[in-house]
Design a protein around this ligand. Structure first.
Ligand SMILES: C[S@@+](CC[C@H](N)C(=O)[O-])C[C@H]1O[C@@H](n2cnc3c(N)ncnc32)[C@H](O)[C@@H]1O
Length: 296
């Protein structure tokens, strides 16, 4: 969940304090100049720990965010990512992108919000990682129009912001070559109701057998019509069973749980998504691509 923010997009930072030159001629940034730039780029959702030791959001309401979440994920990913192409969806100020790049990955971070992308591009310069990270203003659904695939995809903190969540997940799942880390806001409870085809389990009642869907562990998503946590961009909150069902349905297999509401997944070649097989036309049509039934 993201706090509502005032929009202050600042692509060009004007620092009002000259930097000094070290004995070797390298530029030494003054802390007050960095703090000035950080203030101009704010508000920040990611508390980046810059090489100088300065942090971008040291008083973050969530604590040292998202460093504490990265600590949960870090051990579940290879230490060495050289040769890996990674995609960070909803990259925000790029905290995760930078961590993957530090491990050697070539990273594409996408976000729909230019305010955060300005922060990410600025921070890439501070970390001297511009050759390994690229940030693009892109809607998640635009990935459907790209041929790129990725060894590693981070899909964290974005699903509940999507008005069309399963469309987003279907698009993203098709981009994953090796691993995906998925994180979203969930409903309370870890129950998973064991069921598959209601019509088959109770042939007599057939389609009228809907009571089971009220069971706690039935895959569900709660819809938010207005705001949740004062944020009008929060749309859907799924339960744990719903997340697992949607990941499976999108052709992914859950390998583990790095932390609360986090799912480490890989493509499941034994159970490909229907959008890769018999229902490809629906995804093509929903993403504005030529499908087999274009006539209206
Ligand atoms: C809650 S933040 C999560 C940031 C980061 N992934 C993390 O886990 O800390 C959600 C981010 O997703 C971006 N976002 C929301 N909807 C999006 C969309 N449809 N396409 C691309 N980015 C989106 C927002 O601008 C924001 O930066």
């Amino acid at each position: 969940m993201m706090p509502v923010k005032e929009k202050t997009t600042t692509e060009n930072i004007d620092s009002n304090e000259p930097n000094l030159l070290a004995a070797n001629g390298a530029e030494v940034r003054q802390p007050s100049s960095l703090n000035h730039e950080i203030r101009q780029l704010g508000p920040w959702f990611h508390n980046l720990h810059l090489p100088s030791g300065i942090q971008t959001a040291p008083d973050h309401a969530f604590g040292d965010f998202p460093a504490y979440k990265w600590q949960q994920i870090a051990a579940h990913l290879p230490d060495e990512l050289t040769g890996w192409r990674a995609l960070d969806i909803g990259c925000n100020a790029g905290f995760y992108s930078f961590e993957l790049a530090k491990r050697g990955a070539q990273v594409l971070g996408i976000d729909c919000d230019p305010h955060y992308l300005a922060q990410a591009r600025w921070a890439a310069r501070q970390f001297d990682l511009e050759d390994r990270v690229e940030f693009k203003q892109t809607q998640i659904y635009d990935l459907a129009h790209s041929d790129l695939t990725f060894d590693l995809v981070l899909f964290m903190g974005v699903f509940y912001h999507l008005r069309y969540p399963l469309l987003g997940l279907d698009i993203v799942a098709q981009k994953v070559k090796r691993l995906m880390v998925f994180q979203t806001m969930t409903l309370p409870g870890e129950e998973v109701y064991a069921t598959s085809d209601l019509a088959l389990t109770d042939a007599a009642n057939g389609l009228n057998n809907r009571e089971e869907m009220h069971e706690r562990g039935w895959p569900k998503m709660a819809f938010i019509e207005d705001t949740f946590g004062s944020d009008c961009t929060n749309w859907w909150v799924a339960n744990h069973a719903g997340i697992e069902a949607m990941l499976r349905s999108s052709g992914l297999r859950v390998l583990g749980y790095p932390g609360h509401e986090m799912y480490l997944c890989e493509p499941d070649p034994d159970h490909p998504s229907c959008v890769a097989t018999w229902n490809a036309g629906e995804l093509l049509s929903a993403t504005g691509q030529p499908s087999s039934q274009p006539n209206l």
